[in-house]
Design a protein around this ligand. Structure first.
Ligand code: 3PG
Ligand code: MG
Length: 396
């Protein structure tokens, strides 16, 4: 972690500390459906308040086109206050007289949350005037929002050029875990990449075959690779137009060498519906009317045997159509095996990105992995080997 300034180097006592957090939690009918992101920022908030800093929280919420009461951070700030166990004041704007008055009223150790930064166009444009208006409110900037670090926005990046900048504890833990997983991993290193399409993950696959020792491919994406090898995949989701691309990735892997692990059997059904009659077939026996909806038992065994000779695992994306039973079995069983190997101290396991956390939660193993990132797009860009602006600005 020496490459980044952290809270260890920050003197926060009596200072106005602008803390960029990611309060962009999933909400349905006005209720927060997953509190993980709020729980993750608690440590940084407590530490700064405990050291007599004045905590000023900045975050976006949703993708508003301008001020929109339906995308106010007020209810999220309330939920966060319940988690932190301390009152959190709220200001209806993140810049200007209201924000300035709310900041001026803070005592050391107080916590204030400012309204959704995306209510101002200057946020996403990283507009210097908006950055300056935010910077006026603070003495130092702490970025604890890895999951928004792929955005070069005013509150995620711009402020880092205007104020002394530090990584918060969650950002620090995230960077630590990611470094252990891909930058300086113990080998052998395996990656599991699942999900529907390779078209959205071409850069990611390209970067991974250059780095990992084994690449286990699942989900609809595996069908594209199988079809490219000339296998029949019936009615399964597959991007037949990307056959050449899939072959190129496979050739690049072979040259390194990186072992590509594809399913050897599959659970197939006539349609994508819960509890439709399904059966297990060898990968050479998929019928013209079959849809591949999960990996089969021999593929599960194969994946687990690869993990058993691995020291580090990076996981992104489910194996099958995990949201429908019984097509969640492949994901659940491999995840369970990864959790057991982690608990035995045999592997370091890091997972993240979009559906992955939901899948691992469903498998009941998320808290048994070494680290589960709450980042979606940022985790994917990191797997692609891209520099994240909100991280780069924290480098010493
Ligand atoms: C996320 O939910 O992935 C982050 O909060 C970033 O949100 P965005 O994709 O709207 O920038
Ligand atoms: Mg997103």
């Amino acid at each position: 972690m020496s490459a980044f300034r952290t809270l260890d180097q920050a003197d926060v006592a009596g200072k106005r500390v602008l803390v960029r957090v990611d309060l962009n939690v999933p909400m349905e009918n006005g209720r927060i459906t997953d509190l993980t992101r709020l729980e993750r920022v608690e440590a940084t908030i407590r530490e700064i308040a405990g050291k007599s800093g004045k905590v000023i929280l900045l975050s976006h919420f949703g993708r508003p086109k301008g001020p929109d009461p339906a995308q106010s951070l007020r209810p999220v700030a309330q939920a966060l206050a319940d988690i932190v166990g301390r009152p959190i004041a709220f200001a209806d704007d993140c810049i200007g007289p209201q924000a300035e008055a709310a900041v001026a009223a803070l005592q050391p150790g107080d916590i204030l949350c400012l309204e959704n930064t995306r209510f101002h166009k200057g946020e996403e444009k990283n507009d210097p005037a908006f950055v300056a208006a935010l910077a006026k409110l603070g003495d130092i900037w702490v970025n604890d929002a890895f999951s928004a670090a792929h955005r070069a926005h005013a509150s995620t990046e711009g402020l880092g050029h205007k104020l002394p900048a530090y990584a918060g504890r969650t950002m620090q833990a995230e960077l630590d875990a990611l470094a252990r997983a891909l930058e300086a991993p113990q080998r052998p290193l395996a990656a599991i990449v699942g999900g529907a399409k390779i078209s959205t993950k071409l850069d990611l696959l390209g970067n991974l075959v250059a780095k990992v020792d084994s690449l286990i491919i699942g989900g609809g994406m595996a069908n594209t690779f199988l079809a490219a090898e000339g296998k029949k995949v019936g009615k399964s989701l597959a991007e037949h137009d990307l056959a050449a691309t899939a072959r190129e990735i496979a050739a690049k892997a072979k040259a390194r060498p990186c072992e590509i692990v594809l399913p050897v059997d599959a659970v197939v059904a006539p349609e994508f519906k819960a509890h439709v009659p399904s059966r297990v077939v060898g990968i050479d026996a998929v019928g013209a009317d079959d849809m591949i909806l999960d990996i089969g038992p021999r593929s599960i065994e194969h994946a687990v045997s690869v993990l058993a000779r691995t020291k580090t695992l990076v996981w992104n994306g489910p194996f099958g159509a995990f949201e429908l039973e019984p097509f969640d079995i492949g994901t659940i069983e491999v995840a369970e095996a990864a959790a057991e190997l982690t608990e035995a101290g045999d592997i370091v396991s890091v997972a993240g990105g979009g559906d992955t956390v939901a899948a691992l939660n469903k498998a009941g193993v998320a808290d048994r992995f070494s680290y589960v990132s709450t980042a979606g797009g940022a985790f994917l860009e990191w797997l692609e080997g891209k520099a994240l602006p909100g991280v780069e600005v924290l480098r010493v």
